[in-house]
Each structure stands twice: as structure tokens, then as C-alpha cells.
Design a protein around this ligand. Structure first.
Ligand code: ADP
Ligand code: GN1
Ligand code: MG
Length: 377
């Protein structure tokens, strides 16, 4: 991406294309997403400053930005209606697109694609679980979002990233990256490559059940890590689910699993010191309770039987994707230092090893009768 554009002159020319009321003040890098370039944009009118989220959309990944934004327009509009229907505040409880002055949901400057969202104030996204309650509330928010999407008509959406969580396809891509070895890094990571291959029997555990129809294909979020949900600074509750780029057909087991992958790691996703990386079973139980309380009977028995496997699979798949990216020269996930994708792969593999040891307990916890307090809306 063209990073030369990150200066005031560039942004102050960009801002007038959007339907915003105010003069440009500043625009600075924001958040810790791995995919898009995110900025906090501030504008001012009559001495009053307003913040927005400006994103340069990752066009390398999202080849058809029109289709991507079509999906986001529909999902945000759907979310807005549901929030309004229960008397909530749509400006804080869902992502809200700020259109261009010509009424489009994004702006193309001839090189890059940009979009603007209303900044959700008084809420925070966390990079790790500070306290179990935060994780519980994030689970409730994602569970409610799943229930909301259950009412959404899948046929209206483009599948913007086909096979996104098709672990078999991810494995094939990984083998191709090993074979091509474009950066000459494969020898250095022989041990890791072997580990992925030794665990390849995991690949079909969920995709096969989706193909046979045992696990229903639903409209899901597909990227449910903790920093994609905003928690209200006052109440501590999950306020808004964000990062809707990957809302597509998928499985609840994956959405549940991706939250576990990220949140139940006692260390950071890219922690270089593996002695700090452990699977926190206590947090797994916390998330499970929050998720089940929010999805209620919207989840099938089979899905519950595959929640624990979803966590293992998402972690295996993500580790494999990090290793693939390392082999391909760090071209997919944003990195801020050399070796970061390899560190990320290591943490995921460590988590899978530890989850496999306690898999029976994970399964038992996910399938026992649930008597928690419902947190449905
Ligand atoms: P990526 O796809 O790169 O992960 P995200 O859409 O998740 O990008 O945005 C990155 C970060 O920016 C989020 O983790 C969050 O901290 C912040 N963010 C995104 N949208 C908003 C918003 N509407 N209001 C406030 N913060 C936001
Ligand atoms: C990316 O966009 P972000 O940072 O929320 C990635 C996810 C990975 C995650 C790993 C579109 O999520 O699939 O699980 O990094 N998103 C995309 O942290 O590939
Ligand atoms: Mg994100």
C-alpha cells in the first residue's frame, strides 16, 4: 500500500469527499488490526471536534470493494433497524458508514479505496483479556450478533473471500507456499512445517460436517477476536461488534473458536517467549457461559458438540496462515518487525498442543446442560 500518502496534506484533501460536517484537524494511525490501514480522523466545526474512523481498505485482499461495501451496507442497515426496534442507540451500537458526498459508501482516489465510519465514543477494544468479565461480555456481544445474523438473508451477500475458513483449502495453500518457497525460508522452519503436516487430520473435522449438512452454514462474522468488539467504558457491556469485512456464510463453531483462539491465550498473539503462552481453560469456560447465554436455543446440539473443535481448528488454521505468510514474505498480515508472523505461528501451535491435551474437558464443558441466565435481547 502507498504509505507515502500518510500526511496532513493528503488527508485534508480526502476529507471533503465525505459527507462530514467540519474542517480537517488531524488523522493518525489507530488500532491494531492486521488487514486494513485504520486512522482516527478529527474534524472541527464551531470549536467542536468530532472523531471518525477512516480506513484505507486492503485492496490486495478485497479485490472487489464494491461487493465488500455492498455487504457492509446491508449488514449495518440491518443492525441499525434491530437496535432502533429495541430502543437502543444505533450511533453507538452498530457500525455506521459516513457516505461520500455523492452518496457512495466508499471513495476511490484512483489508487486506493477509503471508507469512513462514525467513531464509537466511550468504548474500547482490548488486545488481551484484562478481566474475565470483559471476556464474558464480549461473548454475549458476539452471541447476540450471531442471533441477529440468524435472521439475515444469506442470499443477499457476496462471498467476498471464498473458502475463508475452509481449513482443507488453507492447508493446500500452505503446502503450495512450502513448495514454492519464494523467500527461501522453508529450511529454517522445517520443524514448524512438520508440525502442521502431522496435525493435518484436523483439517476436515468441521468442513466435512458442513458439507454433509450436519453443521448448518449460517451468516457469521468470521473474525471474532476480542479487538473486533467494543466494550462500553461505563457499563463494561459489549456495545458493538465491528470489523464486518468477513460477514459471510460460515459456522458458529468458527466464530466461537476464533474468540477462544485469541482471548484464551495467556500471552499476546505474537509473544516471542513461549513460556508465557498457555491455553486458559478458565477463560474458555467464561466465554462459553457468555456465548450460550446469548445464543440461547439458536444453536443446535451438533454445533455445541463442535464448539471445542472449532477453537482448536481456528487456532490451527490461523497458525498455518501465519506460517504461510512467513513463507510468502509477510505479504498478508501487517507486521511491525521481522519474524513477527513466525512468532504468531508459534503461539498458535503452542495453543493447539495445549488444547488437544484438555480437549475432552473442553468438549464436556460445551455439551453439558446449560443453566445460566439468558442474556438475550
Ligand atoms: P482490521 O480489519 O484491520 O482489523 P478494524 O475494522 O478491526 O480493522 O479496525 C481496527 C481497529 O480500529 C479496531 O480494533 C478498533 O480499535 C478501531 N475501530 C474500528 N472501527 C471503529 C469505530 N467505528 N469506532 C471506534 N473505533 C473503531
Ligand atoms: C485478521 O483484520 P483483523 O486483524 O481483525 C484476519 C483474521 C485473522 C486475524 C489474526 C480478513 O483479522 O482472519 O484471524 O487477523 N482477517 C482477515 O489475528 O484475514
Ligand atoms: Mg479487526
Amino acid at each position: 500500500m502507498n504509505r507515502m500518502t500518510e500526511n496532513d496534506a493528503f488527508f485534508s484533501e480526502l476529507v471533503p469527499h465525505f459527507a462530514m460536517d467540519g474542517a480537517y484537524v488531524s488523522c493518525v494511525r489507530y488500532g491494531a488490526g492486521h488487514i486494513n490501514d485504520t486512522f482516527c480522523l478529527t474534524v472541527e466545526r464551531e470549536g467542536r471536534q468530532t472523531r471518525y474512523i477512516l480506513q484505507r481498505i486492503n485492496h490486495r485482499l478485497f479485490k472487489n470493494v464494491g461487493e465488500l461495501m455492498h455487504n457492509i451496507e446491508l449488514v449495518t442497515a440491518f443492525c441499525r433497524e434491530s437496535v432502533l426496534a429495541r430502543g437502543g442507540d444505533p450511533a453507538r451500537e452498530c457500525l455506521q458508514i459516513v457516505p461520500t458526498k455523492t452518496g457512495e459508501s466508499y471513495y476511490f482516489d484512483g489508487t486506493d479505496y477509503f471508507r469512513v465510519y462514525v467513531f464509537i465514543e466511550g468504548a474500547t477494544t482490548y488486545q488481551s483479556v484484562r478481566a474475565p468479565r470483559d471476556f464474558y461480555e464480549s461473548a454475549v456481544a458476539f452471541g447476540r450478533f450471531a442471533s441477529l445474523l440468524a435472521k439475515f438473508d444469506a442470499s443477499q451477500l457476496y462471498e467476498v473471500l471464498p473458502d475463508f475458513h475452509n481449513t482443507r483449502v488453507r492447508y493446500r495453500n500452505f503446502l503450495a507456499a512450502v513448495e514454492a518457497d519464494v523467500c527461501g525460508r522453508a529450511r529454517e522452519v522445517e520443524r514448524e512445517i512438520t508440525w502442521v503436516k502431522e496435525h493435518s487430520s484436523l483439517c476436515g473435522k468441521i468442513v466435512d460436517r458442513i458439507e454433509s449438512g450436519e453443521i448448518p452454514l449460517r451468516v457469521t462474522h468470521n473474525d471474532t477476536k476480542l479487538n473486533n468488539v467494543m466494550l462500553d467504558d461505563q457499563t463494561g457491556e459489549g456495545l458493538a461488534v465491528i470489523d464486518l469485512d468477513t460477514v459471510m456464510p460460515g459456522s458458529l463453531c468458527y466464530d466461537f473458536g476464533d474468540s477462544i483462539r485469541f482471548g484464551c491465550n495467556s500471552g499476546a498473539e505474537d509473544e516471542p517467549d513461549l513460556t508465557r503462552v498457555h491455553f486458559r481453560f478458565d477463560l474458555y469456560e467464561t466465554y462459553l457461559a457468555g456465548y450460550l447465554s446469548a445464543v440461547g436455543d439458536g444453536i443446535t446440539e451438533t454445533e455445541r458438540r463442535y464448539l471445542a473443535m472449532g477453537a482448536i481448528l481456528m487456532t490451527y488454521e490461523c497458525g498455518m496462515r501465519f506460517l504461510t505468510d512467513y513463507l510468502e514474505g509477510d505479504v498478508y498480515f501487517r507486521t511491525t518487525r521481522p519474524g513477527q508472523n513466525l512468532d504468531r505461528a508459534h503461539t498458535q501451535f503452542r495453543m493447539v498442543d495445549e488444547m488437544l491435551v484438555v480437549y475432552d474437558r473442553m468438549l464436556a464443558a460445551a455439551t453439558k446442560p446449560f443453566h445460566g441466565k439468558p442474556r438475550r435481547r
